[in-house]
Ligand binder design. Structure first.
Ligand code: SF4
Length: 368
């Protein structure tokens, strides 16, 4: 921790929301792994008693009959598993990072625009992976091989970047798994063959267990934030934005590089005022000298994510009107619906100016 940051360290915020799953399934292979055993100990310490140790590695059928009750039951279920060996081969994940590895898949929160809706299939249970120690041990083989970091001037000298939150929110689970803390310590203390950075993003604020870790400045913790009305209406069962901002300030004061993931940006009524208030709150909370990056992601949806989200949240007021959007086609025929060019330009122009005014030392990594 630098002296300048230590001098203004804020009080450690108490977590505002800790998930208690109503059912936990642990496969035999997961229970045999050291990380699986650490998770079992944490579950016991957290007083979670609905833990079922399975005799084999197959999860029971969790589809139910597809009704609301089955959806909610799946959202309340945590499974501790060892993923298939194919998962151990990492995938590139631009523009967020060079490589992705997964601590878990799924999330207990209820964001009505959830990014996972278009990418994960099956019942929305949260699967946490018990082979973490082996996965971490493989990462050194990817150092120096990424394309994102080296190709982006704003990344500076971050080295090869590894994203751990593509398919989950690690802090939503941290009190039950400790997986993020294990990864942070590993990145901070391992003898790497070149510079590296672990990256994670969250809508939660349970950071107390991370503050004293030997992170070595090799983990950038980013907090996903939004305008007050967007968070209030669409981000169910997450920590309040004020809690996330306090958590951001606390980890920055503990010497972590930090980030804002402003997402998904929406031009709702009064958006300039609300995003302005958000940026003001961040500027007021951050300790001087904090190493801050910003990623800006506008709202978009695909035919698949819209179908899943309207199934999960049938009464949602989230705007997903294809007629009000521009359609972008990917290389392999994929379709996504984004804001029209004029709206994008207006949003982007405002954010560029507002970020330069309010957070002048922040590095904006990308706008999309
Ligand atoms: Fe989805 Fe992230 Fe919300 Fe969890 S916190 S429901 S992963 S958008």
């Amino acid at each position: 921790m630098t002296t300048a940051l230590a001098a203004v360290a804020p009080a450690v915020p108490a977590p505002t929301r800790l998930w208690t799953p109503s059912r936990v399934l642990v496969t035999r292979s997961a229970a045999e792994r050291p990380h699986g055993q650490r998770i079992l100990a944490r579950l016991e310490a957290a007083g979670v008693d609905a833990v079922e140790l399975l005799p084999g590695d197959r999860l029971p059928n969790l589809r139910g009959d597809g009704d609301r009750a089955a959806f909610m039951a799946a959202k309340q279920t945590l499974a501790v598993v060892v993923p298939p060996p194919s998962k151990r081969r990492l995938q590139p994940i631009p523009p967020s990072a060079d490589w992705r590895f997964d601590l878990a898949e799924g999330c207990p929160a209820h964001c009505q625009y959830c990014y996972l809706a278009g990418s994960l299939s099956g019942p929305p249970i949260t699967r946490v992976f018990a082979d973490l120690d082996e996965v971490l041990g493989d990462l050194a083989g990817y150092v120096g091989r990424g394309a994102v970091t080296s190709g982006t001037a704003a990344r500076g000298d971050e080295g090869t970047t590894f994203e751990a939150s593509c398919y989950t929110d690690p802090l939503a689970l941290e009190h039950l798994t400790g997986g993020l803390a294990t990864a942070v310590q590993f990145f901070g203390t391992h003898a790497w063959p070149g510079p590296v950075q672990l990256r994670a993003t969250t809508k939660f604020d349970d950071v107390a267990g991370l503050l004293d870790l030997p992170h070595g400045g090799r983990t950038r913790l980013r907090f996903s934030v939004n305008a007050a009305s967007v968070a209030r209406r669409f981000e169910g069962a997450t920590s309040p934005v004020a809690g996330r901002v306090a958590a951001l300030a606390a980890v920055a004061a503990a010497g972590y590089p930090v980030g804002l993931t402003i997402a998904p940006i929406m031009p709702t009524d009064g958006w300039r005022e609300e995003y302005g208030e958000l940026l003001d709150a961040v500027a007021a909370a951050l300790p001087p000298g904090a190493d801050l990056t910003v990623e800006c992601i506008t709202h978009r949806f695909t035919p698949g994510s819209k179908a899943t989200l309207t199934d999960w949240y049938p009464r949602t007021k989230l705007e997903m009107d294809e007629a009000a959007r521009t359609t972008k086609r990917g290389k392999f025929g994929s379709v996504k619906h984004v804001y029209p060019r004029e709206t994008m330009a207006e949003l982007r122009g405002w954010f560029e100016t507002a970020l330069a005014d309010r957070l002048p030392t922040a590095r904006v990594l990308y706008w999309t």
